[in-house]
Design a protein around this ligand. Structure first.
Ligand SMILES: [Zn+2]
Length: 215
């Protein structure tokens, strides 16, 4: 189950460990040993690497990409707390790539700032069908109204879950009880707590994130 849940994180589509390995090892290769194209591709994947964002109080609040993190640093909005082994080169400088950044001014984060969307519901449910427990790519999942719309079920965080097509077809216009299905867990709004759980999943492979996440 543990391995399945890791795979289900939506972020992993973009931030695969393989991509991370390729990006990091790029910096260790002797200069000029690879083709220009390969370097460019590595640089592109490096710019997509995840960066942990801390509030001014060191509280983890978000995950962003290297590219966005470096913009925040250049604007003077954030500073690097932890650095990658890799560098990116501009015309005149080499810049160490951040792994963790911290906002310089405290930002108030509303408890429920996430929009209700298909993407966020799949993220909350970690791409796991809430009826059979199977983990699927986004394209093989749909959203199920736990209480069907025809019965007055609303489109809300509490009534929408990730569902595979097979379970969705089997359930039809019935409640889970009527269809003999059981929800894996009660659906809840996407809160900062949910975000933090996802950060922990992503952060497992990055030592530099741990001291901020595993408290
Ligand atoms: Zn299913």
């Amino acid at each position: 189950m543990g391995a399945n849940r890791q795979k289900s994180v939506d972020f992993r589509g973009r931030y695969t460990p393989e991509a991370a390995g390729a990006a990091v090892s790029g910096a260790e290769d002797p200069a000029g040993s690879r083709s220009h194209n390969l370097l460019l591709r590595r640089r592109a994947s490096l710019m997509q690497e995840p960066v942990l964002v801390l509030n001014a109080t060191y509280e983890p609040i978000n995950v962003t990409a290297v590219r966005r993190a470096m913009v925040l640093m250049l604007k003077g909005v954030a500073q690097a707390e932890e650095l990658h082994n890799s560098e990116v080169h501009s015309a005149s400088h080499a810049h160490r790539v951040p792994s963790v950044i911290r906002l310089l001014a405290y930002r108030h984060i509303p408890q429920q700032s996430r929009a209700l969307s298909r993407k966020n519901i799949l993220l909350r449910d970690r791409n796991t069908c809430q009826f059979c427990g199977g983990v699927f790519p986004c394209s093989e999942l749909t959203l199920d109204h736990v209480v069907p719309r025809s019965r007055g079920g609303r489109s809300s965080w509490e009534n929408l879950v990730a569902c595979c097509y097979r379970c969705n077809n089997g359930k039809g216009d019935r409640t889970p009880e009527e269809a003999g299905l059981k929800l894996a867990r009660r659906p809840r709004p996407f809160t900062l707590h949910t975000s933090r759980q996802l950060m922990r999943l992503i952060g497992h492979r990055d030592e530099r994130w741990r001291k901020y996440l595993f408290y």
